[in-house]
Design a protein around this ligand. Structure first.
Ligand code: NAP
Length: 415
């Protein structure tokens, strides 16, 4: 079913030229407001993004927002279809979009709308920058040392969903094959899952992480894996990551071993250090010595745990922004869920979506607008003007609503 999406007439589409984004002054950008608290945080964040663009460019640039539909709103409009083809096609056409959280319909045939979206558009890199804003409540002694960007592989490993339930004919067939032909043993009736990790998908993820590190002047890229146990999936991720850095970025990168063997531990000027850490120790290190880490590239499940764990160090998923990116198509998103009990109460923290929009502005090259929000946001928090989730962890805070928080950020940008 088509015809529900209205492309704004005064905007122009972002296009690709020689493999790079070409962004007009009046780009059309897609948005999905999302379910539950989605409309509240989208409305508030959009005011902030528009104000930042207006202030940064004095009216010469303007985003033309194009509403797209997924989740419950799509279900109403598209006759029960929560994941309309028209939305998918339009995201591909517009190249850049942002979305609020979505609830997955029970029995709707999807594991999750978010996972389906990532798979349908092959959004293979889930990017989560996690950094501390002064004043945000944190359990860390030195939260200001946390400034990492996690690149999590989004299509393989457990996300490939190759699982066979105990007792199913598929499970029994696979179990028989494994026992009889591959000579492996396991308990009778065990559920079975397979995690593929391929060279091509590992390398495109690590390539993106290294390109990001180069563009952002970052110091290191850490490959996180569980290769001591799963040698041919997690271990291969590590090996392919190093191989890619060596083959494709020899002038920009150096391995940690080379730094010690050849340069006595001093990183040569202009080199990004490629290192690796086993996943379990990485959780400890990111709590005890976060300053040692910068860009992180990892497999799907490790990245899932790690992203939320690190976000918790600097205020939780209520403020962690995120993006899912293919070679060019990019969907930015709030990383929390729909928090249905707060829907339409103008209560929750819009920061996760608002800061995802900052990532979007950076992605389209509108850094001046992004910087305005980046500069204003911490001032508002440091003033103690916060939504309920932060207020309950701070003393002397002034609790404000979602929309009031957005207004405070806008006022701070103008000041
Ligand atoms: P959730 O919606 O993230 O909410 C869990 C709790 O986190 C909330 O009750 C609230 O805590 C806090 N929270 C979340 N967002 C917040 C915000 N913006 N500001 C302040 N606090 C916030 O997780 P859930 O209850 O497990 O999942 C609800 C639905 O969301 C499910 O249908 C799930 O499938 C979906 N989901 C969607 C996404 C996505 O679209 N990316 C991600 C995760 C889950 P307090 O109650 O302590 O105030």
């Amino acid at each position: 079913m088509k015809g529900h999406i209205k492309i704004p007439e005064n905007g122009e589409k972002i296009t690709l030229e020689n493999g790079a984004l070409s962004v007009p002054e009046n780009p059309i950008i897609g948005y999905v407001e999302g379910d539950g608290i989605g409309p509240d945080i989208t409305r508030a964040s959009m005011r902030v993004w528009d104000a930042a663009v207006e202030l940064a460019y004095g009216g010469s640039r303007k985003i033309h927002w194009c509403e797209l539909f997924m989740g419950e709103k799509a279900g109403e409009i598209y006759d029960g279809d929560y994941f309309p083809d028209e939305t998918l096609d339009t995201i591909q056409d517009l190249i850049v979009a942002i979305k609020g959280p979505l609830s997955t319909p029970v029995g709707g045939g999807f594991r999750s709308l978010n996972v389906s979206l990532r798979q349908a558009l092959d959004l293979y890199a889930c990017i989560r920058p996690v950094k501390y804003f002064s004043g945000v409540p944190s359990p860390m002694r030195k939260p200001e040392e946390v400034d990492v960007v996690i690149f999590r592989e989004n299509t393989e490993d457990v996300y490939s969903g190759i699982e066979f339930p105990s007792g199913s004919p598929e499970n029994e067939k696979l179990a028989k094959f494994l026992r009889e032909e591959m000579d492996v043993s396991f308990e009778e009736g065990a559920g079975l899952g397979i995690k593929p990790v391929s060279e091509v998908r590992t390398k495109r993820l690590v390539r993106k992480a290294i390109e990001y590190a180069i563009a952002g002047g970052r110091e290191s890229v850490t490959l996180v894996h569980k290769g001591n146990i799963m040698k041919y999936t997690e271990g291969a991720f590590r090996s392919w990551g190093y191989e890619l850095a060596r083959d494709e970025f020899p002038d920009d990168t150096i391995t940690e071993d080379e730094v010690w063997d050849e340069f006595d531990g001093e990183v040569p000027e202009g080199k990004i250090v490629i290192k690796d850490r086993i996943a379990d120790i990485m959780f400890q290190l990111l709590q005890l010595r976060p300053a040692e880490f910068d860009v992180v590239a990892t497999t799907n499940l490790n990245g899932d745990y790690l992203s939320d764990a690190v976000a918790a160090e600097v205020g939780g998923i209520g403020i962690a922004p995120g993006a899912n990116i293919a070679d060019h198509v990019a969907v930015f998103e709030a990383t929390h869920g729909t928090a249905p009990k707060y829907a339409n109460k103008d209560k929750v923290n819009p920061s996760s979506l608002m800061l995802s929009g900052v990532m979007l502005l950076e992605y389209i090259g509108w850094r001046e607008a992004a910087n305005l929000i980046n500069a204003a946001y911490p001032k508002v928090i440091a003033n103690g003007t916060v939504t309920y989730d932060f207020a309950r962890q701070m003393s002397n805070a002034t609790e404000v609503s979602t929309s009031e928080f957005a207004t405070a950020v806008i006022d701070s940008m103008k000041a």
